[in-house]
Design a binder for this molecule. Sequence first.
Ligand SMILES: *[C@@H]1O[C@H](CO)[C@@H](O)[C@H](O)[C@H]1NC(C)=O
Ligand SMILES: *[C@@H]1O[C@H](CO)[C@@H](O)[C@H](O)[C@H]1NC(C)=O
Ligand SMILES: [Zn+2]
Ligand SMILES: [Zn+2]
Length: 171
Amino acid sequence: MVKITLSQAILISIWVCIFSFVCSVGSDVFDHAPQDLCEFCAISNRTSRTRLLYENETTNIIAFRSKDPDCKKHYLITPHLHIKNYFSPEATCDLIHELQRVCHEMLDEEGIKYKRRILFHIPPFYSVTHLHLHCMACTNDDESFLSSQYYINKFMDFASPDIEDKCPHTV
Ligand SMILES: *[C@@H]1O[C@H](CO)[C@@H](O)[C@H](O)[C@H]1NC(C)=O
Ligand SMILES: *[C@@H]1O[C@H](CO)[C@@H](O)[C@H](O)[C@H]1NC(C)=O
Ligand SMILES: [Zn+2]
Ligand SMILES: [Zn+2]
């Protein structure tokens, strides 16, 4: 029987995470989804059955639950407009700040006290080419370094732009 030590197990799980992450984003790196196949456009225009948790007809922003949650609470907040990513010129700071505000409002309304993780992606590390904010609240279980989720979350944090660089909050 092959015995592996804890550190080997951790190393293996890191590699499994990196591998599965690269595979999951791979389709996007090589084939950026055109708008007519975009799953977030379909959610936004109601051709998909995903339930909306928030919608605002003035700002055209919607929010829904992530299909594949990385933390206990995980919402995706996105504009109706098919904006490619955080660095697109249409991703104005007003929009970026409004997406962040909606996230805080949703978590505040639920009275969530645990740790918030709020992030966009750096291209090409995303699975849907339609600007979206990951709005998450994580418990200690999500953050345990013995779970593979820990490494996925670390990578997501790493592959995320510093919002204050592009859009500092003015006081
Ligand atoms: C809704 O969005 C999907 C995906 O982008 C698109 O294929 C479809 O034509 C759109 N439908 C309407 C009614 O706009
Ligand atoms: C839509 O968003 C704007 C900007 O945050 C806000 O002032 C307005 O009250 C919202 N409308 C609804 C119906 O929630
Ligand atoms: Zn789209
Ligand atoms: Zn994403």
